[in-house]
Design a protein around this ligand. Structure first.
Ligand SMILES: [Zn+2]
Length: 139
């Protein structure tokens, strides 16, 4: 089947989709940098592969998409079709998230979840305060 877009247009579309996926993480990292904290991007050795890792402080941050991780907000609304399937899938994700955070706590790591819907220009100050509080608190 021939693509309706030219090759150039297609790759520009795909690029946009890719960057949209990573942008909540990028924005969170930028906020953290602006607070003067340094971090590692990700540690495959830790349970749940956290998105942002502060090795010396033994703290990690997960940047969660509201839909996939079952946040209670407007962004997490289930689609009208296959509702039972999505419900089960997301309940499974939530269970795994809870288990991962417990495992981290048992290993002495503190974790924080930043929700996608909290990363907006309007809520930036609030999120910054949340990050500052988390990072400056004793373990
Ligand atoms: Zn949300």
């Amino acid at each position: 089947l021939a693509d309706i877009f030219s090759e150039k247009k297609r790759s520009s579309i795909m690029r946009k989709i890719g960057s949209r996926d990573t942008s909540p993480e990028l924005k969170t990292r930028n906020l953290i940098s602006s607070l003067g904290y340094s971090y590692k991007n990700y540690s495959p050795k830790l349970p749940g592969k956290p998105d942002i890792v502060f090795s010396r402080r033994k703290k990690v941050i997960f940047v969660h998409g509201c839909f996939w991780h079952g946040h209670i907000c407007r962004r997490a609304k289930l689609p009208q079709t296959n509702k039972a399937f999505w419900k089960k899938k997301i309940a499974g994700n939530k269970l795994r998230d809870r288990r991962v955070r417990k495992e981290l706590a048992n290993l002495g790591w503190k974790s924080l979840v930043v929700w996608q819907c909290q990363i907006t220009k309007v809520k930036e100050k609030k999120l910054k305060n949340k990050l500052r509080k988390f990072l400056s608190s004793p373990n």
